[in-house]
Design a protein around this ligand. Structure first.
Ligand SMILES: [Zn+2]
Length: 88
């Protein structure tokens, strides 16, 4: 996992919302970076660039941050969890 993605999770950084989602292997739940649920252990975290990807991997959306409900048009398309778009 890239360091800045992990930092975004730990800090609950809302500026990363819609850029990526993270799933927790031990719970089978995936979240927005800004979710304020208990932070998972790094080794249990899996990064997804889209909701569809997370669902396809068998993860369920978190009931607190509701990553399955887009907050703006186009958000559900997500973005690759790479460098692209982070510098804008
Ligand atoms: Zn959550």
């Amino acid at each position: 996992m890239k360091e800045h993605l992990w930092k975004a999770i730990v800090n609950g950084d809302p500026s990363y919302d819609g850029r990526f989602f993270y799933g927790v292997n031990t719970t089978g739940i995936f979240c927005r970076p800004s979710c304020n649920s208990r932070k998972p252990k790094r080794e249990h975290v899996r990064i997804f660039s889209t909701i569809r990807e997370a669902m396809a991997a068998g993860f369920r959306p978190c009931k607190r941050c509701r990553p399955d409900l887009p907050r703006w048009p186009g958000e559900e398309e997500g973005n690759p969890a790479g460098e692209r778009g982070f510098a804008e």
